[in-house]
Design a protein around this ligand. Structure first.
Ligand SMILES: [Zn+2]
Length: 244
C-alpha cells in the first residue's frame, strides 16, 4: 500500500482495572526500561529505548505487576473485593462468566485433556493431577486461555459487525493488570482473566478495545464511539471495578 504505516502508539486500558493511564516515552539514548507512577495525575509513565518492541514493553510491565499493585492498585481501590482467581490448590475458587468454580484435580490424569478438563457442572473446574502452585497455575491458565481464545475471538467478530469496526487480530495473554489493549494496527489483546467477569462486562471490554480502532486514546471522542454501541457503558465500567 502507498499509505504510510501509522505511527505505533501504545494505547493501554489500565483504566479498566487500574484507574491509571499508561504513557510510553521512547528515547534513543535509553538502554533499559523504567516505570514511574504519578498518583496525582493518575499516570504510569514507562520509559523505553527507541528499539524496544511494543510487545516486549507490555510483557515487561506485566512482570512488574507486584510493584504496580503496591503503588497503584492498593491506592484507593479497597472496594475491589472480588478476586477472579483464588488460590492455586484444590478447593481454590475461580470465577468464570461471574460464576464460582472450585479447583478440582482429576486423579490419575496428569496431562491436560481438552475433552476432560475445564469448567464442568457442579461448579467444578477440572484440572490435571499435577502438584505445586506453579504447575496448577499453568494448567488453570491453559484452561482459561482456551476458553478466552474461542469466546473472545467470536464475540469480537460479532461486536465488530454490530458497530462497524475493522480490526486485524485477536490474541490472548495472561496480563494481570489490564483487561485488554489495542494498537494502531488494530491488533487486539485480551487478558485470559477477563473470562472470569460477567458476560456483559466482557462485552464492555470488547467494545472498548474495538472503539480504539477508531480513537486510539481515552478522550471524550473515544467514549462517544463506545456510547454509540453500548449506551450503558458507564454503568458497566463501574461494575467492572469490583473485580481484581
Ligand atoms: Zn482503552
Amino acid at each position: 500500500m502507498s499509505t504510510q504505516e501509522p505511527e505505533r502508539t501504545l494505547s493501554e486500558c489500565y483504566s479498566a482495572l487500574v484507574p491509571f493511564r499508561l504513557v510510553l516515552r521512547r528515547s534513543a539514548r535509553r538502554r533499559t526500561l523504567s516505570m514511574r507512577i504519578s498518583r496525582e495525575r493518575r499516570l504510569i509513565a514507562v520509559s523505553a529505548p527507541e528499539s524496544a518492541a511494543e510487545s516486549e514493553i507490555l510483557a515487561w510491565v506485566d512482570r512488574h505487576h507486584a510493584w504496580l499493585e503496591k503503588h497503584a492498585i492498593a491506592d484507593g481501590n479497597s472496594d475491589r473485593s472480588v478476586p477472579l482467581m483464588g488460590e492455586f490448590r484444590p478447593g481454590g475458587i475461580f470465577l468464570f462468566f461471574g460464576e464460582e468454580y472450585r479447583l478440582t484435580v482429576t486423579a490419575g490424569r496428569r496431562k491436560l485433556d481438552s475433552s476432560l478438563h475445564g469448567f464442568a457442572e457442579g461448579g467444578r473446574m477440572l484440572v490435571p493431577d499435577v502438584r505445586g502452585v506453579a504447575s496448577l497455575r499453568r494448567a488453570v491458565f491453559a484452561i482459561y486461555a482456551r476458553e478466552a481464545r474461542c469466546y473472545l475471538g467470536e464475540r469480537t467478530a460479532e461486536w465488530a459487525r454490530t458497530g462497524n469496526f475493522v480490526y486485524r487480530s485477536v490474541a490472548v495473554n495472561s496480563a494481570a493488570h489490564r483487561w485488554g489493549s489495542c494498537n494502531s494496527r488494530g491488533e487486539i489483546r485480551y487478558s485470559l482473566r477477563l473470562m472470569g467477569c460477567d458476560a456483559d462486562l466482557i462485552d464492555y471490554v470488547i467494545v472498548h478495545e474495538l472503539s480504539h480502532t477508531v480513537e486510539l486514546n481515552h478522550s471524550p471522542a473515544f467514549y462517544r464511539v463506545v456510547e454509540q454501541v453500548l449506551p450503558n457503558h458507564k454503568m458497566l465500567r463501574d461494575r467492572m471495578k469490583k473485580y481484581r
